[in-house]
Design a binder for this molecule. Structure first.
Ligand code: ATP
Length: 259
């Protein structure tokens, strides 16, 4: 593995019934890079993130994170899912934030953030709480440790979800349209938090978003998905200013009209 191939998708295909979602698709993400996935609805962006969480299985191809295989296609074409040890190792380094924050409604904010580090990573309660308080400060919620999720705005809940994901000290953060359910003002607050995280950490980020200004500010590379393929992969300034494909141009027009 080179650090430019920290995450590697190799000849991945996936169909749901007759719907071919990913068609023999390959790409890599370098360690510490920020990559934004864009493309029309249904073009397979979420499916890519779900495969990294082992929530969706490809029909064929190989996915590797650092030296661990998540799915491995053998020479005879058979797809071999990784063993439990690999999956556990990869999962402990990758966390995902979803559009719906998925907080535990019956737990206060602090406990939402400490729960997984204590039970999955085996951290002590004290260490987990100290780190959670630091992260909740970072996302601007230092004063809300004792609130329940239902007492927070959507934007605040999403910032708790980000703190919870970071509390696992992941190498890779997956963000799936995390501001789509929020009013623009609340979305802006969440994106500011992520900008700060991108500025101050070396975490690898894969982000599905329609927030193009954010994508431009934060990403090293933007991947444009369409028809089961990545049809353009470029730094944001290049892709947004001089898209090569008509499909990219029309997609960018439609997103700009929306916003
Ligand atoms: N479990 C499933 N069963 C059947 N079809 C599925 C399943 N999961 C995803 N799909 C289909 O696969 C296609 C790709 O879905 P995916 O969520 O990856 O797209 P996307 O690019 O993230 O779209 P969006 O921007 O709308 O979220 C869609 O047509 C979706 O309906």
């Amino acid at each position: 593995m080179t650090s430019e191939e920290f995450i590697r998708f190799d000849r991945i295909s996936k169909r749901f019934g007759a719907n071919v979602v990913l068609d023999d698709l390959s790409f890599s993400v370098g360690e510490g890079r920020r990559v934004t996935l864009i493309g029309p609805s249904g073009s397979g962006k979420t499916t890519i993130l779900r495969m990294l969480m082992t929530l969706t299985r490809p029909d064929s191809g190989t996915i590797r994170v650092a030296d661990d295989y998540l799915f491995h296609e053998e020479r005879d074409g058979e797809l071999v899912p990784a063993g439990d040890a690999h999956v556990r190792r990869v999962r402990s380094r990758i966390t995902m934030v979803f559009q719906q924050y998925n907080l535990f409604p019956n737990m206060k904010v602090l406990r939402n953030v400490t729960e997984a580090p204590i039970h999955v990573l085996g951290r002590s309660r004290e260490d987990a709480a100290a780190r959670a308080e630091e992260l909740l400060d970072l996302v601007g919620l230092g004063g809300k440790l004792d609130s329940y999720p239902s007492q927070l705005s959507g934007g605040q809940q999403q910032r708790v979800a980000i703190a919870r994901a970071l509390a696992m000290d992941p190498d890779v953060l997956l963000l799936d349209e995390i501001t789509s359910a929020l009013d623009p003002e609340l979305a802006a607050g969440v994106l500011d938090v992520l900008r700060e995280i991108a500025r101050t950490s070396d975490i690898t980020m894969l982000c599905v978003t329609h927030a193009m200004k954010f994508a431009r500010d934060v990403s090293d590379q933007v991947l444009m998905f369409d028809g089961g393929k990545i049809i353009e992969a470029k730094p944001p300034a290049e892709l947004f200013e001089a898209p090569e494909h008509e499909r990219t141009r029309s997609f960018l027009r439609s997103v700009l009209e929306e916003s």
